[in-house]
Design a protein around this ligand. Structure first.
Ligand SMILES: NC(=O)c1ccc[n+]([C@@H]2O[C@H](COP(=O)([O-])OP(=O)(O)OC[C@H]3O[C@@H](n4cnc5c(N)ncnc54)[C@H](O)[C@@H]3O)[C@@H](O)[C@H]2O)c1
Length: 315
């Protein structure tokens, strides 16, 4: 297969690209910044949020390849709290999906769009089915950008027959997730702080989230790509997560256990714009894709800590 991945220098993009390449597929990456983990991924450096951006390489850069089988659109400003502080970045996310959809329409390529459990809002449901999204519950500019992105994808399917899969991810963690300093995510942040003997702050005592180990997430995406390649009904919206809730306090304790120390945990109220309870219903992913996530948080955290340590040792 020939796959274009936007956001190929990010966490999910790097893991997905390497898995596809290891399986013998051709991958072409597009990102606004170089990949800091590997030089194996052919990457075009391009800001995809330029209005009506032309999809061309600069001088000396890679140029867009010819016929592709699928575009996986992962590029985004991907941090909820950051977009509460800088809501203009939500608009960039919308421009990016628009530009990528135009590319897919012109070149007649199916799209995989990375949406988020944030589209459900903070609705305190214990299990969230795909049909439960109700956009009156929009919690944050990031959430609004994913809702708008999904809406654009559905409109392109409706008007231009564009085949798509929308995945709603949830707290993906694991290797390659700590290179963007300004937007350090909760698990790498906790690993770093607990390792350094620092206190960690949990925003939301009862906050329960569905943490997804990156290999499970990538496996679901690959299965989605395969489904698109098989044709058939060509529009699906699918939760992709582990399917179990875990509190942030429990997560911090798993990190401390994997490091062999005791965590110093401070609890503060949840921050504005953040979801405080989410557990995905993954029945659709199981039925449609044969998705079968393998890594509970209790096993994924020790893997993440081991990866962080080996990465630090190699620096
Ligand atoms: N990781 C998660 O827990 C999670 C959860 C829900 C949804 N998602 C979505 O999945 C996608 C991938 O997530 P990730 O964890 O790999 O994020 P990431 O931040 O690691 O990677 C995103 C990449 O997009 C690139 N990018 C940002 N702005 C760009 C622009 N203007 N032009 C080109 N590239 C640009 C960044 O440089 C980065 O490499 C994102 O769309 C995110 O919103 C992720």
């Amino acid at each position: 297969m020939r796959v274009l991945i936007t956001g190929s220098s990010g966490q999910i993009g790097t893991n997905l690209a390497l898995r596809l390449m290891d399986e013998g597929h051709y991958v072409f990456g597009v990102d606004v910044r170089p990949n800091t983990w590997t030089n194996r991924i052919e990457t075009l450096l391009q800001d995809l949020s330029m209005p009506y951006g032309e999809f061309k390489g600069g001088i000396g850069q890679a140029v867009y390849p010819g016929k592709l089988d699928v575009v996986v659109h992962l590029a985004a400003h991907a941090k909820v709290h950051e977009l509460v502080q800088r809501p203009g970045r939500a608009l960039s996310n919308i421009t990016m999906i628009f530009n990528v959809l135009e590319y897919c329409r012109e070149n007649r390529v199916p799209i995989v769009f990375s949406s988020s459990r944030e589209v459900y809002g903070d609705i305190h449901r214990y299990i969230t089915e795909e049909a439960h999204a109700d956009f009156a519950f929009t919690e944050s500019p990031y959430s609004a950008s994913k809702i708008a992105g999904e809406a654009l994808v559905y409109s392109y399917a409706q008007c231009y027959g564009l085949p798509y899969i929308v995945f709603r991810f949830s707290n993906v963690y694991g290797r390659f997730d700590n290179d963007i300093e300004r937007m350090e995510r909760v698990i790498p942040l906790f690993i770093r702080k607990i390792q350094d003997g620092e206190r960690v702050t949990v925003f939301g005592k009862d906050k329960v989230l569905d943490f997804t180990y990156v290999d499970d997430c990538v496996d679901g995406i690959v299965r989605g790509i395969q489904l698109l390649q098989r044709g058939g009904k060509t529009g699906h919206t699918i939760n992709l997560a582990y399917g179990q809730g875990q509190s942030l306090v429990a997560m911090a304790e798993y990190v401390a256990k994997a490091l062999g120390v005791t965590a110093d945990i401070e609890v503060q109220p949840a921050r504005v714009g953040e979801v405080t309870h989410y557990v995905a219903d993954i029945a659709k992913a199981r039925a449609l894709l044969g998705y079968d996530p393998r890594t509970p948080l209790s096993e994924g955290i020790p893997k993440s800590v081991a990866w962080t340590r080996s990465h630090q040792a190699g620096m």
